[in-house]
Design a protein around this ligand. Structure first.
Ligand SMILES: [Zn+2]
Length: 137
C-alpha cells in the first residue's frame, strides 16, 4: 500500500519492481498480495491497454485512522494507556513531535477520569470476569 500511496497510481510492474528491490519479495508473492488488496477493496484497478493500473481507495491517513481504531477496539479500554505508552517508547520522535504530544496530553488531562472504565463484552477480558465475581458475591 505504501508503494501505491507514494506514487499515487502504479502499474503492477512498478509495484513489483519496488518490492522486489526493497523487500526481496518474489513476483508471485507480490501478485498474490496485490490481488488480495483488490479483493479487500483497498486498491482500485483500471485497465489501460494491456496494463492494469492500481490506485489506493483510502488515503494513507484514513487507513491509519482505521487501523488505530481497530487496534483500540481490540483491547480493553483499561489497557489503552499502557499500549499507547509502549508505542511511544518504541516510536522515533522528534522534539516537535514530543511538543505536540505533550500539548495533546495536557488537553486530555483537563477532562480525564481518575479510572478508565472497562467497556468489554462480558467474558472478553479479565476485568469483566472480576466484575462478574464482585456482582455474584
Ligand atoms: Zn475490559
Amino acid at each position: 500500500m505504501r508503494v501505491v500511496w507514494a506514487q499515487g497510481k502504479a502499474t503492477s510492474r512498478e509495484i513489483t519492481q519496488v518490492l522486489e528491490d526493497k523487500m526481496n519479495w518474489k513476483t508471485s508473492t507480490i501478485k498474490t498480495l496485490i490481488s488480495r488488496l483488490v479483493e479487500k477493496g483497498a486498491l482500485d484497478t483500471e485497465q489501460e491497454g494491456r496494463k492494469y493500473i492500481y490506485s489506493a481507495k483510502l488515503t494513507e491517513e484514513a487507513s491509519l485512522d482505521d487501523s488505530i481504531s481497530d487496534m483500540l477496539a481490540r483491547i480493553c479500554n483499561k489497557k489503552a494507556g499502557e499500549v499507547i505508552g509502549d508505542m511511544l517508547t518504541n516510536a522515533p520522535l522528534s522534539q516537535s513531535d514530543i511538543e505536540e504530544l505533550m500539548s495533546i496530553l495536557k488537553e486530555k488531562k483537563k477532562t480525564a477520569l481518575d479510572v478508565v472504565a472497562c467497556d468489554c463484552v462480558s467474558g472478553q477480558c479479565e476485568c469483566q470476569v472480576n466484575l462478574g465475581g464482585e456482582l455474584n458475591e
